[in-house]
Design a protein around this ligand. Sequence first.
Ligand code: AMP
Ligand code: GLY
Length: 421
Amino acid sequence: MKILVLGSGAREHAIVLALASEPEHHELLAAPGNAGIARDARIVEVDMLDPQGVTQFAKAEAVDLVVVGPEAPLVAGVADELRAHGIPVFGPGKRAAQLEGSKAFAKRIMEQAGVPTGRAVHARTAADVAAALDDFGAPYVVKADGLAAGKGVIVTEDRDAALAHAAEYLPQGSVLVEEFLTGPEVSLFFLSDGDTVRALAPAQDFKRALEGDAGPNTGGMGAYSPLTWLGERFGSIEAFVQEVTDTVALPVVRELDRDGSPFIGLLYAGLILTPAGVRVIEFNARFGDPETQIVLPRLATPLSTLLMAAADGTLEEQPDPEFRDEAAVTVVLASEGYPASPRTGRAIEGLEEAEAVEGVHIAHAATARQGDALIATGGRVLNVVATGATFAEARSRAYEAMGRIRLEGAHFRTDIAAAVA
Ligand code: AMP
Ligand code: GLY
């Protein structure tokens, strides 16, 4: 197949690597890509945020499938335009993508579908916010309604900080004040063709910048899979996946279909396992980053078959995706100053030595070639991905490889998957 992947992060590199590793040979195109993606796909000049531009390009190049990585092109309507022209695309339309783009829309769909989630109040004024904070009590949870690149949520004991956070986003419309939920978090991805869903392997990411889950929230500093500990609580990983399929994914997909906006693409359920049961914290309308970097390397079923079946509405004919019984760990290398103000433009060295470690590969995030040098162009620079027979083995490989990479001022967490090893 000829497949165009839109996006430029480690998630998109992971998607490209998974497609490139299939027995069937695919012609892979990517836009805008990065220095790592450029090794495995042909970088093409097309603005991923321009629905007409992407569609014209896909037609001219006779692309068989477009895979949309990040949320921005979805919210811009790229998938709608492609679908209107009969081009298979893995990614929901603008309206269904509101599941990620608007927390208020997501809450409404969940309410209509009877999906378990935290109680929330949609507040439009500072007085409404204050009343809701007092009603729920501390710790306080306040969320911006729209896309806020991971910065929209505050969880705090400090009422004034919660009010200040709300004041920052109220001028753009409204905020959600939510009940505080407690328990381990799980990311579960579902492929959806608008009607049928197929789950991928549950994973966990590490959102805080520093060891021991301290410091500011980030886009994600690492992840691991499988979540073997789910068995203790749910009997097995499969039983957990079945419960979430029945109580979360299918009801939401069916509700969106009734709403006239079928969800075709990747439904990401961000879950928290509270003492009272599983609750949805958020939905995303795309693969998670960095979880994709460790979920896809374990996938034994060809990814292209699954993505195409979702795009053309034949997921029901596909068996459940199969996963290799191995441990996968990824650790993010971030630039100095990330997440507040990352320093960019510095040289990265040692990647070949790092990839020489058994079971290790690198998924590039913010990298570019400058002459002979490879330079960091953003906050999250790359992911070291390692697999092994056990988490202890996968972790030791990941950190051995990380130790061989040189980037001035860079930092990474040393405790990724430590608790399960
Ligand atoms: P979100 O952007 O909605 O995924 O929120 C980012 C992070 O904030 C989540 O991964 C949780 O760690 C935390 N969070 C969000 N909502 C709640 C909640 N209701 N109770 C506790 N923590 C939350
Ligand atoms: N891992 C969090 C996200 O992709 O939003």
